[in-house]
Ligand binder design. Sequence first.
Ligand code: PLP
Length: 403
Amino acid sequence: MWERDAPEEMGDLTRCAHGGEDLLPSATDPLTPPIWQTAAYAYPDLDTLDAIYEGRERGFIYGRYGLPNHVQLERALADLEGAEAALATASGMSAISSLLFALLAPGDRVVASELVYRGTRNLLDLDLARFGVIVEYVDATDLAAVEASLQRPGQPPRLLYVDFLTNPTILVHDVPSLAELAHRHGALLVVDSTFATPYHGRPIQLGADLVVHSTTKFIAGHHDVSGGAVVGRSELVERARRQAIRMGGIGGPFDAWLALRGLRTLALRMGQSSRSALALASRLVEHPAVERVSYPGLPGHPQHDLARGLLANGFGSMLAFEVEGGRAAVARLVRALRLIRFAETLGGVTTTIVHPASTSHRSVEQAARAAHGIGEGLLRLSVGIETTEDLVEDLERGLASLA
Ligand SMILES: Cc1ncc(COP(=O)(O)O)c(C=O)c1O
């Protein structure tokens, strides 16, 4: 830490600006990491500045380039995913945009799942397409369709991009088979693993080249942080980092600190919430007011066997269900809930419910929504860590309002 002789005589304004600086260092370490709430670092001399810039000495420079709180979170995430490196960013979208802008150039072709998170789709369609990137969407649960798209004559594919578990209908992408296909055709596989989290699935271990997360969700886990991450091989992650630095995509230290604090309990939270999700899905399937339930842990899910092979420790905390009676029924149900909050996010300690037709898919035409199973009666549930029976009771209260 920084220590130097301050002048003995200082004016009041100088005292205000420098008071307390000399309290550090100490013979003891803090038990939990401090928040390095600084926008810049001070160098002792020019030689040290050169050594840091040239990578001969480890040191921090400037907040936008990342601070110790980011590095701690990055190490924890890389370790959990079994990857060489990670980059912690200001949001899930800044992770995705930094990565895609870093890897793609005009004329490059991307093959993406037609079920990617809407924000990613908007980025591909509205921004990357403007810079000459060619984007093609496929049903990535259909491996033959993916292969047909990857091998189409013309520009070879640069990237294959999928969400491990899809929003909002919770389908499962076969990451090992997609990795094999992507690599056979010279493309990298990027997987958004926000819904799975490293607790349930590790796409890099399954063959993916890069993983992205919205750490806003389960990783931070308390509905109070905005953050994202890119995880993978050092060379690719460092390209994303340089892009994020240029685009101003790295967030403040407090959010990184909170995300790491949330990560400490990821396994405990996911264990509880995925057990509750399975219990809720099993009850919903039997409820007369429910037309359809999508949860990979149910034997009736079209990819239950695939999910059993790819996911560990259960099947995640996200489920979707459709009620009879469309929008009017949804309005009654959400009004009757007392515990489950009607909110446009997911992945926190408290259970939240969302109506995709009014939120993420609001701007999508009704026919296109219907083609992907997103009707007016569809609700998506993100299960939190409450007592399972309390959640069952609340959902049954909501469903009873439809009778
Ligand atoms: C699967 C998925 N990926 C990425 C994002 C974007 O994350 P953020 O809101 O942190 O930018 C979201 C946000 O909901 C998401 O659900």
